[in-house]
Design a protein around this ligand. Structure first.
Ligand SMILES: Cc1cc2nc3c(=O)[nH]c(=O)nc-3n(C[C@H](O)[C@H](O)[C@H](O)COP(=O)(O)OP(=O)(O)OC[C@H]3O[C@@H](n4cnc5c(N)ncnc54)[C@H](O)[C@@H]3O)c2cc1C
Length: 405
């Protein structure tokens, strides 16, 4: 079958649903494509609260956040194609997708990529030892427990203290699995402070900072995990080994933005976009975790709305930026999004610092923007609002952070 539309949104998570809603609101014909039977993406398996505080001003669970967006989509003309997997996007603005009825094509004027991120696998850590059952990514363990009502282990150790690792520590504990600790190679936790408190300290689950997994052992099923302390260069310190007798190791060692199946736009590793979510290919916009990994779905959906709006305007020949100003990573900045700014439009700049600061001063020069952040950590995204600055005639702006004495 062949379809034709103004805007295709690829991915029906929090980013894609918000993009579809905004594209429809801005007058475009919209097709939303999602490979799963249901929309929602990661939201479906996150049954804890903490979603929507900024976007809906309500503290919702993941499925409640999804339902709220779903209700908004119900009152629109958006065509939603579920159980449909996009195989290819070509430069002629054509997508190929497959579903149970066969292979289909869509011709579009603009595309919003909202494909989310995938979990980094344990094998990428190159830990020696037996390759046994019982090693799961946190997302897989979360799916087993929250969606399939399965208990994947009796006792577990978690590697990685990002938000997903922290939330899974609490989840496993509440399901009666003995959580022996969370191991983190960095000297600080990788997740939000609120999650360290609510998921570990509240349940007396130990956090081993500056520690790493050095070996896994077992016969068919995991039985032992060896952990050692590391120095500031992440080298193992001899004679610091601890052995944990567990039948599961849950890995939460990072998310990688998913940019497939688009191969011909600038990435690094996620889609590099402007403040209007436009990529290096004019007709392709991107939002959510396929650009950078966001702390909160609220930011993902806000970005999704923007991508949907500008994709709709582009499809109706109403958006062609004359100029894009480069945003440069200055000192102590690890993650920066977006990397280009259309100076006619407002910008929400998201960044992560590269180390911890007691009191950081974040600057955007030469715009003269200064912000003070108490206890700035790489795990907490910092947000800066920038007004349009067309008159200044700039080619580049630079974002930096420094410790205030
Ligand atoms: C364990 C965990 C806990 C979290 N806790 C919180 C929290 O407390 N509060 C909060 O605000 N946020 C939280 N988040 C973050 C938030 O859930 C995510 O940032 C957000 O939901 C990501 O949305 P997304 O649309 O970018 O990606 P996703 O939700 O991953 O959606 C991407 C969609 O694209 C689809 N897709 C990908 N490729 C294709 C293809 N080729 N064809 C068709 N479809 C495709 C996928 O099936 C998926 O549905 C948490 C995340 C996790 C994993």
């Amino acid at each position: 079958m062949k379809y034709e539309t103004d805007v295709v949104v690829l991915g029906g998570g929090g980013g894609g649903m918000a993009a579809a809603k905004a594209a429809d609101k801005n007058g475009a014909n919209v097709i939303l494509i999602e490979r799963e039977e249901e929309n929602g993406g990661v939201l479906n398996q996150c049954i804890h609260n903490g979603f929507g505080i900024h976007y809906y001003r309500k503290d919702l669970t993941g499925p409640e956040f999804k339902e709220t967006l779903q209700e908004e989509l119900a009152n629109t003309n958006i065509k939603i194609l579920n159980s449909a997997f996009v195989l290819n996007v070509n430069k002629d603005k054509q997508l190929t997708f497959v579903n149970h009825k066969g292979i289909h094509e869509i011709k579009t004027k603009a595309l919003v990529m909202a494909t989310g991120a995938r979990e980094r696998h344990f094998n990428s850590l190159a830990v020696p030892g037996d390759r046994v059952a019982g090693i799961f990514t946190a997302g897989v363990a979360q799916k087993y427990i929250n969606l399939q009502n399965l208990k994947p282990a009796n006792s577990a150790l978690i590697v990685g203290s990002g938000d997903i690792g922290l939330i899974m520590a609490r989840r496993l504990h509440l399901e009666g699995i003995e959580v022996k600790g969370v191991v983190e190679i960095l000297p600080y936790p990788g997740g939000l402070e609120r999650n360290v408190q609510q998921c570990l300290r509240d349940y007396n689950i130990p956090l081993y900072l500056s520690h790493t997994v050095t070996r896994v052992e077992g016969n068919k099923r995991l039985s032992k995990v060896y952990v050692s302390q590391v120095d500031e260069n992440r080298q193992v310190i001899p004679n610091t080994e601890k052995v944990f007798n567990v039948d599961a190791l849950i890995t939460s060692v990072g998310l990688i933005p998913l940019t497939d199946p688009v191969k011909f736009v600038e990435t690094g590793p996620g889609f590099i976009t402007s403040n209007t979510n436009q990529t290096s290919e004019d007709w392709i916009f991107a939002a959510g975790n396929c650009t950078v990994v966001f702390d909160l779905v609220d930011y993902v959906s806000r970005e999704g709305e923007k991508a949907g709006k500008y994709a709709a305007l582009y499809s109706q020949n109403q958006y062609f930026p004359e100029q894009k100003v480069k945003v440069k990573k200055g000192k102590n900045i690890n993650i920066l999004h977006p990397m280009y700014i259309d100076p006619n439009e407002r910008t929400k700049l998201y960044l992560r610092v590269s180390k911890t600061f007691k009191r950081a001063e974040v600057t955007v020069e030469p715009l003269g923007i200064k912000m003070i952040e108490e206890e700035a950590r790489p795990s907490e995204m910092i947000e800066i609002s920038i007004k349009p600055f067309k008159d200044k005639n700039l080619k580049e702006i630079e974002v930096s952070a420094r410790e205030l004495g």
